[in-house]
Structure formats: structure tokens, C-alpha cells
Design a protein around this ligand. Structure first.
Ligand code: MC0
Length: 145
């Protein structure tokens, strides 16, 4: 079902400061930046490697406000790993399969994600405490409405 780790999302207070740290320390390069109003984040993707069905990235996330998923996470836990995202061939199909196995779906259908991807989240309490995201790369096409 999972083809690769698409990205690891890291919550931070200051996106620009954290980008500079990752570039300087790990020699990573920002390949995309986006404001995602629906998810309440300003984010940057830093490329790690290419793999089956797409690349893998570090995603840096700064909240657009305190009353957003990342804003609440920062207030409660501070900076750190917010979620792990796995590449899947078909996010709608993966949701149906995983939901059928008893995991609570935070999204019943795919939403718009980074770099034109289709994404959906699974409840962290049902995945060993890890907020889990499913990602379908854009070239395969999907309903992102
Ligand atoms: C909350 N919890 C987490 C967590 N956030 N556990 C692990 N990782 C996280 N990131 C835990 C809390 O500690 C709590 O456990 C329980 O889950 C319920 O959390 P809550 O604080 O009561 O509830 P909320 O209102 O903060 O909601 C948490 C929830 C929400 C995960 C449901 O954040 C959500 O729907 N997230 C999905 C969307 C999202 O995160 N978007 C931002 C990234 P206890 O034990 O205290 O009960 S968007 C993104 O990344 C896009 C742009 C992309 O990749 O392309």
C-alpha cells in the first residue's frame, strides 16, 4: 500500500528561520513553498531524494494562527515532528481500505496538499500516536475538491 515516505512534517514557529537552518546544516534545497488556507499553514518542501511514484521531502510547517492544527500542536507540544506522510498510488482507495480496517479517517475524501498532491489524514490515536498522512502525487490525477 505504501510506496515510500513522501515527507516528514515538522511544526515550527518561524518558517524562514527553520528553512535557513535546514539549508545550512543539511544542505537541503527548498523546491516548493505554499500557503494552504484550508489546512491553516504556510509551508516549505525541502527535497531529500526521488523514489517510486515521487520524491521524498522534509516539510516545514508554520501555522497561520493559533486555532489551526499546527498552531494547537505548537501550543501543546512545542516544535517537532507533526506528522509522517506516506505515498500511495490512489489516496481515495487507500482511505476506503484503511477505514474498513477500523482506523478513524480525519478526511473522508482527498484534499489539496503540497505541490498539487491529493492528501488525507488518519487519526493519530489509531496509528500508535503518529498523525499519518496519505499522499498521492499529482501526475496520477485525483479529485482534490
Ligand atoms: C494531536 N494529537 C497528536 C497530534 N495532534 N498526536 C500526534 N501527532 C499530532 N500531530 C493528539 C493530541 O495530543 C490528543 O491526544 C489527541 O491527538 C486529540 O488531539 P486534540 O488536541 O484534542 O485535538 P485537535 O483539535 O488538536 O485535533 C488533532 C487532529 C487535528 C490530529 C485531529 O490536528 C487534525 O485533524 N489534523 C489533520 C490536519 C492537519 O494536521 N493539517 C496541518 C498539516 P490526548 O492524549 O491529549 O487526548 S497540513 C499539511 O501537512 C499539508 C499542507 C500537506 O502535507 O500537504
Amino acid at each position: 500500500m505504501f510506496m515510500r515516505i513522501d515527507h516528514v512534517g515538522i511544526a515550527c514557529h518561524d518558517l524562514e528561520e527553520k528553512i535557513a537552518f535546514f539549508e545550512r546544516t543539511f544542505e537541503l534545497t527548498v523546491v516548493a513553498r505554499e500557503v494552504n488556507e484550508e489546512q491553516g499553514v504556510k509551508e516549505a518542501m525541502l527535497h531529500i531524494a526521488d523514489g517510486q511514484g515521487g520524491g521524498s521531502y522534509i516539510q516545514l510547517l508554520e501555522p497561520l494562527g493559533p486555532d489551526t492544527p499546527v498552531g494547537k500542536f505548537l501550543a501543546k507540544r512545542g516544535e517537532g515532528v507533526h506528522h509522517v506522510a506516506f505515498g500511495v498510488p490512489d489516496v481515495a482507495q487507500a482511505l476506503e481500505t484503511i477505514g474498513g480496517r477500523g482506523v478513524r479517517l480525519l478526511d473522508e475524501k482527498p484534499r489539496h496538499g503540497s505541490m498539487g498532491s491529493s492528501i488525507a489524514f488518519l487519526h493519530p490515536k489509531d496509528v500508535g500516536g503518529m498523525l499519518t498522512e496519505l499522499v498521492q502525487a499529482p501526475e496520477r490525477g485525483a479529485d482534490t475538491t
